[in-house]
Design a binder for this molecule. Structure first.
Ligand SMILES: Nc1ncnc2c1ncn2[C@@H]1O[C@H](COP(=O)(O)OP(=O)(O)OP(=O)(O)O)[C@@H](O)[C@H]1O
Length: 310
């Protein structure tokens, strides 16, 4: 241990770094407070984010003592079902990495296969490079990343995009963080078939499905963010809606909740308009039970398939 300290090639080996102060001064405390406040549940995910931030803070402190000159691998995979908060958390991750000085700008660029892969020969490389250029200094979020790899088609242009991505993930990892997102099982198969990706991805974070209570709280949060609220009977109706909708096919967690509330707002607007009376502020902010109960899920129908992408 002492020998290791003796090895430190700095004059400040006896100085100390206050990690808590670093945490506060970098604005990270604020980001984590916001994360806790704005995002319902996701306890294990928030814990992982704190662990990654701690690792990076310690890395930074070590670099100051000359203990480590290697920039850490920060590429990640986010696995989970649709609407479990992967994109939302990726945005926060970009902010955390920016505050820690690991990326210059801290913006998030979200793409899917079609943004990277062309349809004709010669189109893929420029497309992929253009996206990478846009994402430099921030985080590139590749949703359903496994669609890049299509083993059934020998000449698939996805392979070209994969090769460029792998190169940039290795050579420019001090200025770009890539997050590969999608269903856990498909991602696992993708990593098995593409060991190059597996070895470049250091952090794997799993996003579990939300409980019904969490989905209700997410709905409440979404409505409050838009200055709406549920009337007491509407709350009951919405709790029942969640139970019915969650049991249907193509349920997409937070995204289905947001879509359901968008439709409820539409019905509220039509109800207020059709009443032909002056409206108060209270009328304008309140979602009534009827606005929820008019959904097809209460009459045994499927609610809006395919789901609206927000
Ligand atoms: N924990 C949460 N707290 C509050 N709102 C949430 C939470 N998780 C998801 N949401 C809301 O649900 C919606 C979908 O979330 P998000 O887009 O992050 O999911 P996703 O996993 O990236 O899904 P997809 O890949 O299908 O788009 C967003 O509108 C977001 O505001």
């Amino acid at each position: 241990m002492d020998a290791l300290i003796d090895d430190v090639k700095t004059t400040n080996a006896n100085e100390a770094v206050d990690l808590a102060a670093e945490f506060n001064n970098s604005g990270l405390a604020e980001v984590f407070d916001e994360l806790d406040r704005d995002l319902i549940g996701l306890v294990p995910v928030k814990q992982r984010l704190r662990e990654i931030a701690a690792l990076l803070l310690v890395d930074r402190a070590r670099a100051r003592f000359g203990l480590n000159a290697v920039s850490p691998t920060l590429h990640m995979s986010f696995t989970g079902n649709p609407g479990t908060g992967k994109t939302t958390v990726a945005l926060r991750m970009a902010e955390i990495l920016h505050r820690l000085g690991y990326v210059r700008k801290g913006h998030l660029v979200t793409v899917t296969r079609d943004d990277l892969v062309g349809q004709y020969i010669g189109h893929t490389a420029p497309k992929t490079k253009e996206i990478l250029k846009r994402a430099m200094g921030g985080v590139l979020f590749i949703d359903e990343a496994y669609y890049l790899y299509r083993p059934e088609n020998e000449r698939d242009y996805g392979q070209e995009a994969i090769e460029i991505l792998l190169q940039v993930m290795e050579n420019q990892r001090d200025d770009l963080v890539v997050i590969l997102a999608g269903y856990a099982d498909r991602m696992e198969r993708f990593f098995m078939a593409n060991p190059g990706f597996r070895s470049r991805v250091a952090h794997h974070i799993d996003f579990p499905d939300y409980s019904h209570g969490e989905l209700f709280a997410i709905g409440d949060r979404i409505l409050a963010g838009m200055s709406y609220k549920l009337a007491p009977e509407a709350s009951e109706a919405f709790a029942r809606y969640i139970e019915l909708r969650a049991a249907q096919p193509h349920f997409a967690n937070g995204r289905s909740v947001r879509n359901a509330l968008d439709r409820a707002r539409l019905r509220q607007a039509n109800r207020l308009f059709a009443a032909g009376k002056p409206v108060t502020a209270k009328d304008l902010v309140t979602i009534e039970a009827g606005d929820i109960l008019a959904s097809r899920v209460f009459s045994g129908g499927i609610d809006s398939y395919p789901p609206l992408k927000t």
